[in-house]
Design a protein around this ligand. Structure first.
Ligand code: GAP
Length: 543
């Protein structure tokens, strides 16, 4: 079964070295995450697959790596200084700080007509705090999401050295439009692609790496003749959807959603979101917007922009005239994409029945957990109902519901109940022996491509051959590791859990006939393969 909660993924990520809470030796820093040894490989593979698809495999694209710190004027004329903000209100009673526009929409059932209408509703006591219900709310104020810092050794305090950490990579591509056009002698249509960090002081980060304050984007700015923008937009919607599907994402968990008029950013004529069905529901993976000529015009010298040094426009040889191209922007999140691929790849299942007495003991503990939840005071009613219902249905369905129990054991709220410790003690032991967790990652995304094991670690000839095979595979360009720290079955299970598509076992027959056992993660099929064919076979499967 797929991951029933994000906690299951968070727990696997921590346990197996994909993602750790950041600065944990000092108690962490809310909503910031560090990619561990396997996570960095996975995310790099996602970025590499994107780059290959949108730059290397196309003739109409160029890459770029612009600076994170840019002239402050970029953000003045892009509109971010004035508009990249959320309206916030403070609740005087409980000190919560909700987004005022969200409160307005939730309580009035429609969008507000700007800050003025929100504040009129607050003043008339028509809105209440979503946390405690009080109507004692402060006037809503815009809270700019850009992080500020200053350039130079002294902070003069007068904003003369003020710069922002970029909140999107896009502007780096707009301001380099002329450079790329001229140096690469491009004709329309052509695009620029960039991968890099972006920073937003999000009011409500959360859901693991889904929404953070520091994240990576994979963005394309695709420049076209005005009038050809709508067809190019459709082309990119299809291309980008296909990219996720080609990398194995399940079609029933990926959908295209048209943004409604009121959702559109100030620069967009149309925007389509690619959404993924995360454990917390359908959520945006990537936005594909038609930004018209807004950005290139905004950064061109004009009465509205006396600071720009020139005009970002294009001379069309065929039409013998200058104009400002339109731009289509497929903007994806590298962290969000990585999280989606992880959720999509996750599967756990019961592989053999545990002894009846073990199941009975576990059932008793899970039932005791359900009773403790029911008695618990001060717990949010929704959480209480969710935990109790989950525990009761798990208890009734054991041992078939063992994989679901793993999800419950990882649940942060469930961990607050004392008896969960006992559930975990017994449950983890049974789960380890009787369930199988697999990440069915596409081989091109998997952190490791192949793991090589000797059948016996105290047999020097097997160890030497296995290490030699691993070295040869590394030299052939494959991400290969050697492991001899457990029995073969356990080593297979460990590699399944981190998504390694293939394992090789070297045994005594290998010494005689130079063949090895090649095991496939998804089918669990084992085949005997000649040693010298393994490298080329795996490289071909990766292509
Ligand atoms: N240049 C357009 C732009 O930045 P966006 O919808 O704000 O558009 C594009 O962001 C993508 O960047 C999103 O679809 C998401 O994948 C990713 N993203 C945005 N904010 C994020 C955050 N706080 N944490 C993680 N990823 C984020």
């Amino acid at each position: 079964m797929p991951a029933s909660s994000l906690e299951t993924i968070v727990s696997l990520c921590k346990r197996r070295g994909f993602v750790f809470p950041s600065s944990s030796v000092y108690g962490g820093l809310g909503s910031t995450w560090d990619y561990g040894p396997l996570g960095v490989e996975l995310k790099n593979n996602v970025k590499r697959a994107w780059w290959r698809s949108v730059v290397h495999e196309r003739d109409d694209m160029e890459g770029l790596d612009a600076a994170i710190l840019m002239n402050r004027l970029v953000w003045k004329y892009s509109g971010h200084e004035a508009t990249f903000s959320d309206p916030m209100t403070d609740c005087r009673a409980c000190k919560a700080r909700p987004r005022a526009d969200h409160v307005f929409v939730a309580q009035k059932g429609r969008d507000p007509k700007g800050l003025v209408e929100i504040n009129a509703a607050i003043a008339a006591k028509e809105l209440s705090c979503p946390k405690c219900g009080s109507k004692d709310l402060t006037e809503a104020r815009p809270f700019n999401l850009m992080f500020r810092t200053s350039v130079g050794p002294v902070d003069t305090g007068d904003e003369s050295g003020l710069v922002y950490l970029r909140p999107e990579t896009a502007q780096g591509m707009f301001v380099n439009f002329g450079n790329v056009l001229d140096t690469m002698r491009r004709k329309l249509p052509f695009g620029i692609a960039q991968v890099g960090k972006a920073f937003r002081n999000e009011i409500t980060p959360g859901n693991f790496t889904f929404r953070t304050r520091e994240f990576e984007q994979m963005e394309i700015e695709y420049f076209v003749r005005p009038g050809e923008d709508e067809a190019a937009h459709e082309m990119w919607i299809a291309e980008r959807k296909k990219w996720y599907l080609d990398l194995g994402m399940r079609a029933d968990r990926l959908r295209v959603r048209e943004q409604e008029k009121h959702e559109l950013a100030h620069y967009a004529k149309r925007c389509v979101d690619l959404e993924y069905l995360f454990p917390m529901g359908w959520s945006e993976l990537e936005g594909i917007a038609n930004r018209t000529d807004f950005d290139l015009k905004a950064h061109s010298r004009s009465p509205e922009n006396p600071d720009a040094v020139g005009e970002l426009r294009y001379f069309d040889q065929e039409q013998k005239k200058h104009y400002v191209p339109y731009v289509i922007e497929p903007s994806a999140g590298a962290d969000r994409g990585t999280l989606a691929f992880l959720c999509d790849a996750y599967e756990d299942s019961l592989v053999k029945e545990p002894p009846a007495e073990d199941t009975a003991k576990l059932r008793e503990l899970v039932e005791s957990f359900a009773r403790s939840v029911a008695r618990r005071e001060g717990m949010d009613a929704d959480v209480k109902q969710r935990l109790q219902a989950a525990a009761e249905s798990i208890a009734a369905g054991l041992p078939g519901t063992l994989p679901t129990l793993i999800g419950l054991m990882d649940d942060a709220e469930a961990s607050k109940i004392e008896v969960m410790k006992k559930v975990r003690g017994v449950g983890e032991k049974i789960a380890e022996e009787h369930t199988r967790t697999v990440l069915h990652l596409h081989p091109r995304l998997a952190p490791l491509t192949v793991a090589v094991f000797p059948l016996k670690r105290n047999e020097p000839r097997l160890v030497e051959l296995a290490r030699g095979i691993k070295r040869d595979l590394q030299r052939a360009g494959l991400r290969a590791v050697y492991d001899d720290t457990g029995a073969i079955g356990k080593l297979y299970r460990r590699q399944d859990e981190i998504g390694t598509p293939w394992c090789i076992t070297v045994d005594f027959q290998s010494l005689e006939d130079k063949t090895v056992t090649l095991r496939d993660r998804d089918s669990m099929q084992q085949e005997r393969a000649p040693l010298d064919e393994i490298g080329p076979t795996l490289l071909a499967r990766l292509r």
